[in-house]
Ligand binder design. Structure first.
Ligand code: GLP
Length: 261
């Protein structure tokens, strides 16, 4: 695991966006050999998407030969709903860049049984960007989810429904109760994973991810087994980490931490 800590969410997001652009460009994707990118929704990646749009507008990257697979989508609201993950992705990224619509994939009740096969047909995911819930879930792999899981339908926990009510005007009843989600194994199968987390609400999830034992109670911990895993977090999210894990350098916005894979 490589742990990247930046002073603020803004700086972390810039680092991640530039890293993604570098990876796409180094890959030199073509029509026959596209770059396959796994993507999350939520408040954590919003700034990253804004930065990617800026980098695209500055001519630093093209999404013409990028194939995307989103990690999850609610069940029970139409894709046209403003809070669907479809709407989120078009609003924050897809409508602003040059990705052809037929290269965009989100899981649904119609395609979820085929989703892992669809990914495999493109040769697997090159880079999977992930958020994390405050209870340590990745995608919608809630506590207790199998660490060997593939794409399927999951019932959301009460904690997640309450947490996501903020996107539904605080109305818990309006939050869907289930979702289609990639499995933990789907994420683990990607050749590289970047997990992002920011703010005090994520400190325990970050502690478990970095210092906890692997457990289905915190599905994020499965990523400790990933051969190429980066966690990019802001300072606020480090508060539950031991001082020994986070060694500050003299530069305020830079920390040297867990430099391994
Ligand atoms: N299914 C999503 C996850 O994919 C996301 O990582 C998590 C954190 O969201 P946020 O980034 O808004 O904190 O929330 C939801 O439950």
């Amino acid at each position: 695991m490589r742990l990247i800590i930046r002073e603020s969410k803004k700086q972390t997001s810039q680092w991640v966006a530039e890293y993604i652009v570098r990876r796409i460009n180094e890959f030199r994707p073509t029509k026959d050999r596209p770059f396959v990118l796994g993507l999350p929704t939520g408040s954590s990646p919003e700034q990253i998407y804004a930065n990617l749009v800026d980098l695209y507008r500055d001519g630093k990257v093209s999404f013409k030969n990028v194939i995307t697979f989103n990690m999850d989508e609610y069940v029970g609201i139409p894709t046209s709903h403003p809070q669907s993950y479809h709407s989120f992705m078009f609003k924050h990224l897809f409508q602003h860049v040059d990705i052809p619509p037929n290269q965009i994939h989100l899981p649904s009740l119609e395609n979820y049984r085929e989703y892992d096969n669809m990914i495999a047909k493109y040769g697997g995911i090159e880079l999977f960007l992930c958020g994390v819930g405050s209870d340590g879930h990745i995608a919608f792999n809630e506590p207790g989810s199998s660490l060997a899981s593939k794409t399927r339908v999951k019932t959301l926990t009460n904690d997640t429904i309450v947490a996501n009510a903020r996107f539904f005007d605080g109305n818990i009843d309006a939050v869907p109760k289930s979702a289609v989600t990639v499995g933990v194994k789907t994420v683990m199968d990607a050749r590289e994973v970047i997990l992002i987390a920011d703010g005090r609400g994520k400190t325990e999830a970050v502690r478990q991810a970095v210092e906890g034992s692997i457990s289905h109670a915190w599905t994020v911990t499965a990523l400790q087994m990933h051969p190429k895993f980066i966690m990019a977090i802001d300072e606020a999210a480090t508060e539950e980490l031991r001082v020994k894990t986070v060694k500050s350098t003299n530069t305020k916005s830079m920390h040297i931490v867990l430099q391994g894979y």
